[in-house]
Design a protein around this ligand. Structure first.
Ligand code: CUK
Ligand code: CUA
Length: 682
């Protein structure tokens, strides 16, 4: 019945759609950039006048109350079925502990990658040995941690440009960094920072991904040993860690990594130098007041105590030299990890400070590596530092030192300029036209301003000046422009990662989604257009990076049948069709099983209560998208077997009874028959 009426109306629907598309295209051509938005009636009039169109299509546009800007936004974001997106955005999933993969400009959610938190769809952390191992690496003092607070994704880079091979992301809550392989979009490694219990200034990478940067946040004694808050200045410390990344292995190598001890200021965001500043790392900080809170004891609360001074310290770190110092063994072992002590850092000239205005948040290096942009949460300016001036100031020697002996460069010696952009400036991105974009948390806006120096020739506006602001809804944190933190930003799109959505969506109760707003930044001057709102209902994402989709080369299916995604090689327990078997060895029962549309082989497994069960399953499919699931009730086993994949899981059959395992992916017409019995004799 339903399909009959569908058939009847289909030609009419198709005809109506064609009319709408033609009409919208006409509106796009007719409207000149910068023309003010018109009423729906005016849209109708303009379009009708231009094309002599009328009738059903116009009625739809009118009924929906679309303005010309709406229509253009729709045309700019609509991706017809079967067409891929031009860009891929990797977004932090915030305290969901995951990474979100989103297509641009459609803003379609393509994937949620399981990282620090178990994720059932991918069978991430539900029995599959290799996923359990990765999550286990992330334990804190042996304690299982089943979530993370992801903040900053970092795509691997070659010569300062995204290369599409790996993605790194930090967990602020537990000071961990994860490595995701972009051949299969799976997490391969989690490293727990041995000297810090929380982090923030990570993950960021150096221009050739030799190092993954993880900066600290809230100071504790190193390795979070106990010390009284009364001993804060002496016993508490900040840190920045440089994880050595081995591209061939696709892993961080902890033994070749090192950290640098820092004063107990709260290091915040870091960025790696590039091009002229390659080899240097910059981190901003706050709470140089060293406030220790205690509002309950009559102390100023942190928010006041950590905001008293006019200046905090930009940390300027010579990573190239620090790596040499670490390689030469000038390190102390703390919790088994290489640490360059603060004294060594000062003595070797690895660390300098420069004052930065009130409670800064972002530090972002310009595409050429020549300037650093710092935004102060409580200062309406962005402050632009010149790398050249920093180098000169270091050469001529700093007159001042902080209480730990770190040299402080003079503000006037290193600052290029300050630009008033609005209230609550946080994070900055760049485009291909010599513009910088800074999020304004308190203004709920994104400011576009001009870079000077070598970027002057890219635009017609005065250097170092505010061009325009576009309102966003609401409370923007980070912004992400297309390849906007690389040596060659693309421009085109910018996504505003807004914390609040208040009145943007239908109410879903008191916990509201975040709002990702897509903005067209392709036109110069004051022409910025808000295109699309995407609700995010899974956590509070912080940062995101946007890569040109054709830079990614993911596998369609695993390269060989019997692939182990963890080792990225053929698994020794891979099973071929015809090789399926069950073997008993004392109290251990080992199963080699295959999965193919639409059955498992074997389908009956019988063990005795108390047996140790080792179970290998190979998905022997070669067809794209022919994924099989495997769910074993009562034992918390849930797997995803992508074409070619071999998964191993182990458990003790400690409950007798009859358990029905089955495939969780509707893989074929007879998918419901893809099942089997797991019998545990008392
Ligand atoms: S932070 Cu959240 S908005 Cu962790 Cu980069 Cu600034
Ligand atoms: Cu395999 Cu359903």
């Amino acid at each position: 019945m339903q399909s009959q009426s569908l058939q009847r109306y289909l030609p009419i629907l198709v005809a109506a759609l064609i009319v709408i598309v033609v009409l919208l295209a006409v509106v796009l051509i007719v409207r000149q950039p910068g023309e003010p938005a018109a009423t729906p009636e005016a849209t109708t009039a303009v379009a009708e006048e231009a094309a002599g169109l009328s009738g059903d299509a116009m009625a739809v546009a009118q009924e929906r109350g679309l303005t010309p800007d709406d229509v253009i936004a729709a045309l700019k974001t609509y991706i017809p079925t079967g067409k891929p997106d031009e860009y891929i955005m990797f977004s932090s999933g915030g305290h969901s502990g995951q990474v979100l993969v989103i297509g641009l400009p459609s803003m379609r959610l393509l994937k949620v990658i399981g990282v620090f938190t178990p994720e059932p769809w991918q069978g991430w952390g539900y029995g599959a040995e290799e996923t359990m191992k990765v999550l286990e690496e992330g334990r804190v003092d042996g304690k299982e941690i089943t979530w993370g607070d992801t903040h900053h994704p970092a795509l691997s880079e070659t010569a300062g440009d995204y290369d599409g091979q790996f993605l790194f992301i930090n967990d602020k809550a537990n000071a961990r960094v994860a490595v995701i392989d972009l051949r299969d979009f799976e997490t391969k490694q989690i490293v727990k920072n041995p000297i810090a219990i929380n982090d923030h200034g990570g993950a960021m990478v150096t221009p050739n991904t030799e190092w993954v940067i993880e900066g600290g946040q809230y100071a504790t004694p190193l390795a979070w040993e106990y010390a009284s808050l009364d001993d804060y200045a002496d016993a508490y410390r900040g840190m920045v860690t440089f994880w050595k990344f081995d591209r061939d292995k696709g892993r961080i190598i902890p033994e070749e990594s090192f950290a640098m001890e820092l004063p107990p200021y709260w290091q915040d965001l870091c960025d790696a130098g590039k091009k002229v500043s390659e080899g240097w790392v910059f981190c901003n900080s706050f709470n140089t007041e060293m406030s220790t809170g205690g509002v309950e004891e009559g102390n100023p609360p942190f928010e006041a105590g950590a905001s008293q001074r006019d200046m905090d310290y930009l940390h300027i770190i010579n990573l190239k030299k620090a790596a040499e110092v670490a390689a030469a063994g000038q390190v102390k072992q703390i919790n088994g990890f290489n640490v360059i002590t603060l004294d060594t850092a000062i003595a070797e000239g690895l660390l300098y400070f420069a004052p930065e205005p009130k409670s800064p948040h972002g530090v972002d290096v310009t595409p050429g590596g020549d300037y650093l942009v710092i935004a102060g949460k409580l200062d309406p300016h962005v402050t632009v530092y010149s790398f050249e001036k920093i180098q000169k100031a270091i050469e001529s020697g700093a007159a001042e030192k902080d209480q730990y002996g770190v040299p402080i460069l003079s503000f006037d010696d290193v600052v290029e300029t300050q630009i008033e952009v609005g209230l609550g400036p946080l994070h900055t991105q760049f485009d291909d036209k010599g513009y910088a974009y800074t999020s304004l948390f308190l203004d709920s806006a994104v400011a576009r301003w001009t870079l000077g120096g070598p970027y002057q020739e890219l635009h017609d506006d005065p250097a170092w000046s505010l061009v325009t602001k576009i309102p966003v809804h609401y409370n923007v944190g980070h912004i992400a422009a297309a390849e906007g933190d690389t040596v060659s930003p693309d421009g085109k799109y910018l996504v505003s990662l807004n914390k609040w959505s208040v009145d943007r969506f239908v109410s879903v109760g008191p916990l509201l989604p975040q709002n990702f707003q897509l903005i067209d930044i392709s036109q110069p001057g004051d022409q910025l257009q808000l295109l699309y709102d995407m609700p995010i209902g899974i956590g509070e994402p912080h940062y995101a990076q946007i890569i040109k989709a054709d830079k990614l080369q993911p596998w369609d299916v695993y390269p060989e049948i019997g692939w182990n995604p963890h080792t990225q090689s053929k698994d020794p327990n891979a099973v071929e069709a015809g090789q399926e078997r069950v073997e008993r060895n004392g109290n251990t029962v080992e199963i080699w099983m295959t999965a193919v549309r639409s059955h498992y082989n074997p389908e009956r497994i019988e063990v005795k209560k108390g047996d140790r069960v080792i179970w290998h399953i190979t998905n022997i499919e070669r067809a794209k998208d022919a994924t099989h699931g495997f769910a074993l009730p009562g034992y918390n086993i849930n797997l995803s077997l992508e074409p070619g994949e071999t998964v191993t899981f182990e458990f003790t059959a400690d409950q007798d009874g009859v358990y029905t395992f089955y495939c969780t992916e509707f893989c074929s017409a007879l998918h419901l028959e893809m099942t089997g019995y797991f019998l545990v004799q008392p």
